[in-house]
Design a protein. Structure first.
Length: 356
């Protein structure tokens, strides 16, 4: 099994080594794991002048899976804007055909009081957000930078979906629901946007192929509200790239912190990129205080989805739960009576829990 390790920028460089420690510990004596390291994001620019260096892309293509940290920061954003280049991560997702982003939201019971919602509202919450990742307004053409037109600045982006793209993500969502509680809620804005009318029509058509799964539809504004009001009503939420981006950050707050939310981006062939949903967190980078658990839980998804190592995936998830339940916490999930630790100590605690 070959895994490309791309820490990226900011806290990515601190949290990915902790997930690697955990992967090495859980694979030890069970299966061979070959790791290759590459640069991406501002680290890629600094090393090669490109946010997605050719060597990194080649490595990602030949490996079975990719463990990713984060890219970003003010310097990187400025560089991309100045050079009119797309983010290395967007290029990578596009080139590898990573069209389905899976974001499970299953808060750890012992962290219930860290959430800003009442514990009874999130009690029993177990949902999966399936976000389309390769299309929508993030990729639609025409698009254009800010330009002067008729005496003022103007810019354009295009929300565009092809039927085949919606169909592909619909199948991912319905198949996932068959393994869960057989309910799919498709989120769109079909009352206003033609693109989203297409989305709803295709979802409905594909839904007929899965008579054992209940399909409902919600507009994005209603879904954003329902997620806070009655989150446990959801099983699988399927939505477009932009709406999924926003909804899944909202859902992260149900789990207490962005630092607890893993994700998997999968290509139809089975290749996957695994990353926390948060960014490079420049405000806390380099201080050994970032929470590595979202990345460690992403490594568990890597074990489950690409390496087909369900037993080891559960071992990692259970180790994380035990560490948190024992009161070992990074600052973002700290509570009275718990012990605050840094990024590295949290990684060590998970490795120790795996051994124990
Ligand atoms: P962010 O997710 O980096 O941070 C938002 C807030 O959450 C910050 O206060 C941060 O300190 C906190 N946070 C994030 N991860 C944490 C962790 N592991 N532990 C504890 N606290 C954590 O979002 P942002 O500040 O809006 O973006 C920063 C940069 O990251 C931007 O350049 C953005 O484009 C980029 N970004 C990258 C990705 C990615 O690589 N997939 C995703 C989102 C944002």
């Amino acid at each position: 099994m070959k895994v490309a390790v791309l820490p990226g920028d900011g806290v990515g460089r601190e949290i990915v080594p902790e997930a690697v420690k955990v992967l090495k510990a859980v694979s030890n004596g069970r299966f061979e794991l070959e790791l290759e390291y590459g640069a991406i994001g501002m680290s890629g620019v600094e090393a090669t002048g490109k946010p997605l260096p050719d060597e990194t892309l080649a490595m990602a293509q030949r490996c079975d899976a990719i463990l990713f940290g984060s890219v970003g920061g003010p310097e990187y954003e400025q560089w991309l804007r100045k050079n009119k280049v797309r983010s290395g991560l967007l290029q990578l997702r596009r080139t590898l055909g990573l069209n389905a982003n899976l974001r499970p939201v299953r808060p750890i019971r012992e962290l219930a009081s860290v959430s800003t919602l009442k514990p009874e509202v999130i009690d029993g919450l177990d949902m999966l957000i399936v976000r389309e990742l390769s299309s929508d307004i993030y990729f639609g053409e025409p698009r254009g930078p800010v330009e002067s037109a008729n005496g003022e600045r103007e810019s354009i982006n295009t929300m565009r979906y092809r039927e085949s793209e919606v169909r592909a993500i619909a199948h991912v969502a319905f198949k996932a629901a068959q393994q869960r509680n057989r309910r799919v809620c498709s989120v769109d804005k079909a009352n206003v946007l033609e693109t989203m009318q297409l989305w709803r029509d295709v979802m409905t058509e594909v839904g007929r192929e899965y008579p054992d799964v209940e399909l409902t539809h919600l507009y994005i504004d209603a879904a954003a509200m329902a997620l806070l009001r009655t989150p446990t009503r959801f099983d699988v939420i399927v939505t477009g790239n932009m709406f999924g981006d926003i909804l899944s950050d909202e859902a992260a707050m149900l789990a207490g912190s962005l630092g607890m939310m893993p994700s998997a981006s999968l290509a139809p062939g089975g290749k996957g990129l695994y990353e926390p949903i948060h960014g490079s967190a420049p405000d806390i980078a380099g201080r050994d205080i970032a929470n590595p658990l979202a990345t460690i839980l992403s490594a568990a998804m890597l074990l489950r989805y690409t390496l087909k190592r369900e037993t080891e995936a559960v071992l990692v998830e259970e180790a994380v739960r035990r560490v948190v339940a024992a009161g070992t916490r990074t600052g973002d999930i700290m509570e009275t009576g718990c012990t605050q630790v840094g990024t590295r100590a949290m990684g060590d605690a998970v490795v120790a829990a795996l051994a124990g």
